[in-house]
Design a binder for this molecule. Structure first.
Ligand SMILES: Nc1ncnc2c1ncn2[C@@H]1O[C@H](COP(=O)(O)OP(=O)(O)O)[C@@H](O)[C@H]1O
Ligand SMILES: [Mg+2]
Length: 322
C-alpha cells in the first residue's frame, strides 16, 4: 500500500510523543540527597523522547510527521525551527498558549556516562485523545506510527487505534513506563520496545530487576503473556533481546564495546532508527533491523548531547542503507 485514501503518497513515520527542552549538567559525581555539586559543563538542547525519535528518523533520511504540543515561549519557537531544519512536517505540532514547553533537567556523570532526568511536562500534558482526533490524517498518511508515553495515555491509545484502523504499523516505546499501563496497548502495538527498567515495570517487577540477558528473556516471556506481539527490550551496553510476533524464540543482539561518554537519548536513537528500518526496509529480517539500529545507537553514545549526538545518514556506513 503506497497511497493514503486521499490519494497522496504515504510518508514514512508519524511520531507521537514528548517535546522537551533539555538542560544538561555534566558532573563528576551525582549529588547525594541534600548535597549540592558544581557541574563542570552545561548545555541546552532539543529533547523529549518523541522529538528525539523523530529527528533521528529524519537524519536517517525518513519523511517524518511530528504530533505533539509546545508552549508559546522561546523554547517552543526554537523547537519548531529545529523540526523545520530537519524537514519534519510540523502541521500537527500545536502551540499551546496555556502552558510552557516541556523542560527536563538532566545530569550526566562523566565517569560512567550515566544520566538522571527530571521532566516538567508542560504542554505535553495537554496532548490528549481529543487532540489526536483532530490530527487523525497524520496517522493515516504514514506507514509507521511510533508513540511514547510522555503525553497522556489516552492520546497514545487513540493514536495507535487510528493507525491500526488505517492498517499502519505501530511501534510503542512505553517510556517513561506509567503506573497503570492500559493493557489494550499490548494489543495495539505491533512492536513493543521498552528499555530494561520500563520492561520490568510493565510486568510488575522492580525497575532494577533485569541484570542479565537471561532476566530480560524472562521479562519478555511475561510481556508475551500480557499479549505483547513483537517485543524488543533494549539493554544499554548489553544490546537488545527480541521475540518476534508468533514466535517463542528469543534472540540476543550484542553490541561491540565502545567508549560511551553520554548515553542520554540512546533509546530514542534506537527507536527512531527502528521506525526508519520498518518504514523503508520492511522486508529486512527483524534481527537485522535491530542490529542496524544498535549500530547507530552505539555511535550516538560516543558523543555528548542528545540530538547533538545523533549521526546523520552521510556519517554512517553505506551498508546500513542497502
Ligand atoms: N554503553 C553503551 N555502549 C554501546 N551501545 C549502547 C550503550 N548504551 C546504549 N547503547 C545502545 O543504545 C541502545 C539503547 O540504549 P538503552 O540504554 O537500552 O536505552 P535507553 O536510553 O532508553 O535507556 C542499546 O540497545 C544499544 O544498542
Ligand atoms: Mg538505558
Amino acid at each position: 500500500m503506497t497511497e493514503s485514501t486521499a490519494g497522496f503518497a504515504l510518508q514514512d513515520i508519524c511520531v507521537l510523543g514528548g517535546i522537551i527542552t533539555d538542560f544538561i549538567c555534566y558532573v563528576d559525581k551525582e549529588p547525594a540527597s541534600g548535597e549540592t555539586v558544581l557541574a563542570s559543563d552545561f548545555s541546552q538542547g532539543f529533547g523529549g523522547k518523541g522529538a528525539n525519535q523523530c529527528i533521528m528518523a529524519a537524519r536517517m533520511g525518513a519523511s517524518c510527521h511530528m504530533v505533539g504540543k509546545v508552549g508559546s515561549d522561546p523554547n517552543g519557537v526554537e523547537t519548531l525551527q529545529n523540526f523545520e531544519n530537519h524537514l519534519v512536517n510540523k502541521d500537527s505540532v500545536e502551540v499551546d498558549s496555556s502552558s510552557h514547553t516541556g523542560v527536563a533537567t538532566i545530569s550526566v556523570e562523566k565517569s560512567s556516562g550515566k544520566n538522571r532526568i527530571i521532566v516538567a511536562q508542560g504542554a505535553n500534558k495537554n496532548v490528549d485523545a481529543f487532540f489526536i482526533g483532530s490530527h487523525s490524517s497524520a496517522f493515516e498518511n504514514c506507514r509507521v506510527t511510533l508513540a511514547g508515553m510522555e503525553v497522556m495515555q489516552d492520546a497514545v491509545i487513540e493514536a495507535l487505534r487510528r493507525a491500526k484502523n488505517f492498517k499502519r504499523t505501530t511501534i510503542l516505546n512505553p517510556a517513561p513506563a506509567p503506573n497503570g499501563f492500559n493493557q489494550e496497548l499490548f494489543n495495539l502495538a505491533d512492536v513493543l520496545c521498552p528499555n530494561e527498567s520500563e520492561a520490568a515495570k510493565l510486568v510488575g517487577k522492580p525497575t532494577d530487576f533485569i541484570k542479565s540477558v537471561e532476566d530480560a528473556k524472562q521479562v519478555a516471556r511475561d510481556l508475551r503473556k500480557y499479549g505483547a506481539k513483537t517485543i524488543i527490550i533494549t539493554l544499554g551496553e548489553m544490546g537488545c533481546i527480541a521475540m518476534a510476533e508468533g514466535s517463542e524464540n528469543i534472540f540476543h543482539v550484542e553490541v561491540p564495546p565502545v567508549n560511551a561518554i553520554d548515553t542520554t537519548g540512546a533509546g530514542d536513537c534506537f527507536c527512531g532508527c527502528l521506525a526508519f528500518f520498518m518504514a523503508r526496509f520492511p522486508k529486512l529480517a527483524l534481527e537485522e533491523k535491530i542490529r542496524r539500529s544498535c549500530a547507530v545507537a552505539s555511535v550516538s553514545v560516543q558523543k555528548r548531547g542528545t540530538q547533538l549526538s545523533f549521526p546523520r545518514k552521510e556519517e554512517l556506513p553505506a551498508e546500513l542503507f542497502q
